[in-house]
Design a binder for this molecule. Structure first.
Ligand SMILES: [Zn+2]
Length: 498
């Protein structure tokens, strides 16, 4: 039944493209790809062939395959808000950009960490039912026909997500999760299977640790069609909403992790900065901190766009979490509920600097990704230091306060470049990746000067945009910008030689 929907969508797509080429064949240059708006929403009934009139003299061009730079994810998801259940149909067009022939695919399936959390009904590869193994977060699909370099493959999945109660510190999961539901919201984070990056002949899917993040993402294009059975529910997402018949459609180009957050209680403030739509989703009675989140986010977008290069998407949503944790995703971040409670109306508080921090992740995490398990310092160090840059530009009188408040309880007897899993506690993890990293950047900046420092940061972002940056990239590009000797700093802060 549902598979028929997938098939009929494919048929509709084909007919849509077919019609487009037929109808525009009189135009001198009809070769642009079919706009997705021309694709019909899922329909049980394919368009009858009799509706297509083909003049006998018309030459129907054969659509030539468009070389794909990135994987393309198309999802249709229906949220039953009361039942905390999501029905999903997902299509992945995956181009093999690894340079090697692939005999299998590895997809990350985070919802499968919960018992009955991920119920897979069907999986097809190029329209043929596929064999697979699913264990923990690892969905392995052996390919009957190896996938050669630059060849693409289509994977179709249909599944049900039974959302877990996202209890902080839940011992049944390895880390307090955001994914799932709370009393006041449903959060779909890392909720769909995705093909993990392939590097040096290996699939990259680290295991989670008790704190920090572990996933590594290729950039991919997303079209997410979403609806819920509860008309009161307000939805925050990784892209601006648009209408697609009975669906709400979101499109995100070159994103890492498409996220939705839904609550019947959400209110929203919105503004625009440099053509970027900024949203602040919040709960009633939190108008004042929600406005601060909106303003800090907009100002940070403006500042970081100047310093690091253009913001990578068309929107950014800040969402008040119904939990005490901040977290970044594509064009959306969660802000810790506790910081709304403690906001005192000044700029000298956690709500302000964590908003600046999470916004910076849209450059370092989102535009330039990194291995969050093995090199968490790459994005966390840069985003923590971006807080300092935010303050020096907008609240220079608060710089000393920021260093003291942010580095509270920090001891420098560590290395910046520890794996997440090498830290005994979350506090130690912040100390190494975030705080020690920020001190390194402060000393580096003083050594090489502001002009070189910011030219380097912009170049690090530019050279690695839509890629997965590494520590080696960081230091290689840094040395392209300066001949100043900073080897004593790398010896002081880093375990690995740089
Ligand atoms: Zn961070």
């Amino acid at each position: 039944m549902k598979r028929n929907i997938l098939l009929s969508r494919n048929i509709s797509k084909f007919i849509g493209v077919f019609l487009l080429f037929t109808l525009t064949s009189c135009s001198p240059t009809p070769a642009s790809p079919a706009p997705t708006e021309a694709i019909q929403p899922p329909s049980e009934t394919p368009l009858p062939a009799t509706e297509i009139t083909i003049p006998t003299e018309t030459i129907i061009p054969t659509p030539s395959p468009i070389p794909m730079e990135r994987a393309q994810y198309t999802l249709f998801a229906i949220l039953d808000y009361a039942a905390k259940k999501v029905e999903v149909e997902e299509s992945i067009l995956y181009p093999n950009k690894s340079g090697e022939t692939l005999n299998d695919l590895l997809l990350a399936v985070e919802p499968n960490y919960w018992p009955s959390g991920f119920v897979l009904h069907e999986i097809f590869v190029d329209e043929v039912p596929a064999n697979y193994t699913l264990e923990g977060q690892r969905l392995i699909i052996p390919l009957t026909t190896p996938l050669t370099p630059n060849q693409s493959i289509e994977i179709n999945l249909r599944y049900t997500l039974n959302l877990p109660f996202a209890e902080q510190g839940d011992p049944s999961v390895i880390r307090a999760r955001i994914y799932g539901y709370t009393n006041r919201q449903v959060n779909l984070t890392n909720w769909y299977p995705f093909v993990v990056p392939r590097q040096n002949g290996e699939w990259i899917l680290p295991e989670p640790w008790y704190f920090g993040e572990h996933l590594v993402y290729d950039a991919a294009d997303y079209e997410v069609n979403f609806k819920t059975n509860d008309p009161a529910v307000v939805v925050a997402a990784s892209a601006n909403a648009e209408s697609n018949a009975e669906w709400t459609r979101y499109k995100l180009e070159a994103g890492r992790a498409f996220v939705l957050s839904a609550s019947p209680e959400f209110k929203v403030f919105s503004t625009e900065v440099g053509g970027i739509r900024v949203y602040s989703y919040y709960y009633p009675l939190f108008e004042i901190p929600a406005e601060e989140v909106l303003n800090v986010t907009a100002k940070a977008i403006e500042l970081y766009s100047q310093l690091y290069g253009p913001y990578p998407h068309k929107s950014l949503s800040a969402v008040q979490g119904d939990f005490n944790d901040g977290m970044e995703y594509s064009a959306l971040y969660f802000q810790s509920h506790g910081f709304y409670n403690t906001y005192d109306g000044t700029a000298q508080n956690y709500l302000t600097f964590v908003s600046a921090h999470e916004t910076a992740h849209q450059w370092f995490f989102e535009s330039v990704a990194n291995n969050q398990a093995d090199e968490p310092w790459l994005d966390e160090m840069l985003c923590t230091y971006s807080e300092r840059i935010y303050y020096e530009n907008y609240h220079p009188e608060a710089i000393n306060w920021w260093w003291a408040a942010r580095m509270f309880d920090y001891t420098p007897n560590t290395w910046v470049d520890l794996l997440v899993s090498e830290n005994p506690t979350e506090r130690a993890y912040w100390g190494s990746s975030y705080f020690h990293g920020a001190y390194f950047l402060e000393e580096l900046r003083a050594r090489i000067g502001d002009e070189v420092f910011f030219a380097f940061l912009k170049d690090y972002r530019t050279q690695n945009a839509q890629k997965i940056g590494t520590g080696d990239d960081f230091f290689r590009i840094l040395r392209e910008h300066t001949k100043v000797d900073f080897s004593d700093l790398t010896i002081k802060y880093f375990r690995a030689p740089h």
